[in-house]
Design a protein around this ligand. Sequence first.
Ligand code: HEM
Length: 330
Amino acid sequence: MRSSMALSKSLLLLLLGFLCCSSTEAHVEFGFYNDTCPHAEAIVLHEMTRIIADDPTLAGSLLRMQFQDCFVRGCDASILLDSSNNNVAEKDAIPNKSLRGFDVIDRVKAKLEEACPGIVSCADIIAMAARDSVYLANGPYFPIQTGRRDGNKSEASDLMANLPPPTANITELKAFFLQKNLTVKDLVVLSGAHTIGFSHCSSFSQRLYNFSGKGDTDPSLDMEYAEKLKRKCKPHDHDDMRTLVKMDPKSPRRFDLCYYRLVSEGKGLFASDEALLHDPETRAYVERQAMASSAEEFFNDFGSSMVIMGKIGVLTHQKGEIRKKCAYVN
Ligand code: HEM
């Protein structure tokens, strides 16, 4: 009797131990730096306020950086690592060539290293910079979890299978998001990030000049808008890395509902934006936000989906490291 009670007690302890350890696996939390670097989030916001005041166009780039970091190998700052003699890193993959803001992350990291050396990860800096970019572009401020650690691998070849291209149709987009455990709602909500920022012509010129391989224009693109875009982006200029097009022509620096209005009018810049009209759930969301008189629902949804995206494949506890310099492993 006593031995069977002892056995059930030890089984219970084992189970509790298992539950406790599995719940601490890959887990980020609100206020992770409260004890170790209490001013971390304030330091980032202070620096970001100065950075965005000097160059408001960086807000879009830093928001995009978090998406492209999290979708490839998880939110582990693999996007920041430099290539080496025998490895081409994510940073040098073609879709990432247009990313800006690596120096911003280095600047914020330097400030954090001054205040609390070796404590704040580059992966968390990307997440905080993305959150603050939205806020500083007049979008919502939402609390985010921290405690991510930095990875030690970055391979350009990982992009293709993980990052949706701007030509993706709705089936492909849903599959890319599902692969990261993100829902159809996350897809339509996070796509709303395209309310700020700029794109290079190469990301959508196929829609203007060679949509179905016959030199035609995508018929779903508003005709007047297509003509405007053609005046900016010349045919066969695929390598043009200078011309930038506003993704939301009226308010490219303001985080608002305009993206959904544009998409509903056939003025979404990428095929992947237009694709949101081809699924009942995403279409309903686009149309509801396009008509909304307040951004409240979108802002709340955006904060929630960013928190979810920010948990993809995180390294925590004993995994990963806190890089001293974001471009190199220690
Ligand atoms: C749904 C699939 C998505 C696709 C196919 C996509 C694709 C792209 C492309 C091709 C660009 C332009 C790159 C260039 O030519 O410079 C871009 C820009 C941008 N993307 Fe996305 N994106 C997607 C989702 C997201 C998500 C989830 C976010 C963030 C939450 C995001 C944020 C941005 C921002 C802010 C920009 C502007 C960047 C700048 O101003 O430099 N995108 N995206």
